[in-house]
Design a protein around this ligand. Structure first.
Ligand code: NAP
Length: 474
């Protein structure tokens, strides 16, 4: 169902689509498949709702968000199961995602109360300069399949806290989690039209949002390719955009690092969500002096990872989302082998395991920069290991010409940690930490990894605009 103007609806076209479990290709749901007319209806509803939502007090907005949060807390298990069933990640990871998704709502329930304006000393005694913070307006939000809950709340919560009505389009592969989040929104009694859900044709929905002059903001999480298209289209109506796009994270291990901790952290960073996150390690650089020792520790842990349906208790690695993802993984592995890479574990599709596509966790030694995997986002459970001799060389090779989302560095030398942190061209840097994402910190990338930040006090600014008022009291 779609959720427009406070009501559950079928699509105007009456079209529907099936939702599949990628682990076994079973149909797990049927949803309405909306299009341009549904978005137009949602824009109309949001426009009417905006008149009062923008004037709603911070306390009241906060109360609605707290109510949504407590309803979602009572649905944690149900949400986690839905995530695992519609996109495949292990249930323990889904539970972690649900907690993160709720943490964003909790954070912005408080941040709604901290939208401060400013007064600036004027140049004349007769003048007063005021800076007001106002909601930017109706917001279109487009989210990906790999975090069906957290990417939704990371946009919805700050937008609502800022006073902006939202029209959300979740990924077509994972609409069921979004529907559950909207069930909580409905039960919380959010005024009609403030939050709307339109599932359906991505190009039609995006185009209608982009064509509308009433929609003043587009926030997108997904591939760099689609992000660039949307940015260029958004220029026609000079919409403000936030773009959370692809990444290609390097993971640098210096000879002074705690190799056991580094190996453990690299496994978590590389293989969670079967390697399908924008901040997953895509390249490991190890100092040549410790390369063998680190690789042995790392590979030993990788070999222990259990592949399976995410609903099975001990599963560490679930399925890839679809055959296209599998094709990319295979292409990267074959290309690396042809260019001198040595596969030290994995390297194959898992045969005879249910109907989904599963790929073995794979480690490639002797990696070099001519390989596709050294430059392109793999989005799968494969990692190449490169070696380096000096700190300068590691930094130079870790910086990517196009991507700049997350990067990781393992060292026990504080001076080095500072030097590396300041030289890496990435929006997020984990020093001896491969899981930096948290609700209170600014998440986002530089270069072609994106524009804008989500999370913390930074995330709400994306939905606000400064209004300058000059007051002559003379
Ligand atoms: P995607 O193909 O770009 O899809 C993302 C969203 O865009 C989906 O809702 C999709 O809808 C929609 N979309 C697809 N084609 C569109 C079009 N022509 N116009 C408007 N919308 C369109 O990306 P994905 O495969 O879902 O996600 C993986 C990518 O997201 C990776 O590159 C990953 O690094 C990135 N990502 C980035 C972050 C971050 O915070 N930086 C977080 C997570 C993921 P349909 O599903 O209906 O096609």
């Amino acid at each position: 169902m779609l959720y427009i103007n406070g009501k559950w609806k079928v699509a105007q076209s009456k079209e529907r689509m099936s939702v599949y479990n990628p682990a076994n290709l079973e149909i797990i749901g049927e949803v309405a498949f909306g299009g341009a007319n549904d978005v137009k209806e949602a824009i109309q509803a949001a426009s009417a709702a905006y008149k009062s939502w923008k004037k709603t007090s911070a306390d009241e907005k906060s109360r609605y968000l707290n109510k949504i949060s407590s309803l979602l807390k009572s649905m944690e298990e149900e949400l986690a199961v839905t995530i695992t069933k519609e996109m495949g990640k292990p249930l323990k990871e889904s539970l972690g995602e649900v907690k993160l998704a709720i943490a964003y709502i909790d954070w912005y329930a408080e941040e709604a109360k901290r939208i401060y304006g400013e007064t600036i000393p004027a140049s004349s005694p007769d003048k007063r300069i005021l800076v007001l913070q106002e909601p930017i307006g109706i917001t279109g939000a487009i989210t990906p399949w790999n975090f069906p809950a957290a990417m939704v709340t990371r946009k919805l919560a700050p937008a609502l806290a800022a006073g902006c009505p939202v029209i959300l389009k979740p990924a077509s592969t994972t609409p069921l989690t979004a529907i559950k989040i909207f069930e909580a929104i409905d039960e919380a009694g959010l005024p009609k039209g403030v939050a709307n859900l339109v599932i359906g044709s991505s190009s039609e929905i995006a185009q209608t949002l982009l064509d509308s002059k009433e929609v003043r903001k587009l926030t997108f999480t997904g591939s760099t390719e689609i992000g660039k298209k949307l940015m260029s289209e958004a220029s026609r109506t000079v919409k403000k955009v936030s773009m959370e796009l692809g990444g290609h994270a390097p993971f640098i291990v210096f000879s002074d690092a705690d190799l056991e901790k580094a190996a453990e952290a690299a496994v978590a960073s590389k293989f969670r969500n079967a390697g399908q996150t924008c901040v997953c390690t895509n390249r490991i650089y190890v100092h040549q002096e410790v390369a063998d020792e680190f690789t042995n520790k790392f590979v030993e842990k990788v070999k222990r990872l259990k592949i399976g349906n995410g609903m099975e208790k001990d599963t560490d690695i679930g399925p890839l989302i679809n055959e296209d993802s599998l094709a990319k993984v295979i292409e990267h592995v074959e290309d690396a082998e042809q260019k001198g890479g040595l596969i030290v574990c994995g390297g194959k599709k898992v045969e005879n395991y249910d109907k989904g596509v599963f790929y073995e966790p794979t480690v490639i030694q002797n990696a070099n920069e001519s390989m596709k995997i050294a430059a392109e986002e793999t989005f799968g459970p494969v990692v190449p290991i490169f070696t380096f001799k000096t700190e300068e060389e590691a930094i130079e090779r870790a910086n990517h010409p196009d991507y700049g989302l997350a990067s990781y560095c393992f060292t026990s030398d504080l001076n080095r940690a500072f030097r590396v942190m300041e030289s890496l061209e990435y929006g997020i840097i984990g020093i001896n930490d491969s899981m930096p994402t948290t609700a209170q910190a600014p998440f986002g990338g530089v270069k072609e990894s994106g524009v804008g930040r989500e999370g913390g006090k930074y995330g709400i600014k994306e939905y606000l605009e400064e209004k300058f008022v000059s007051l002559n009291i003379g």
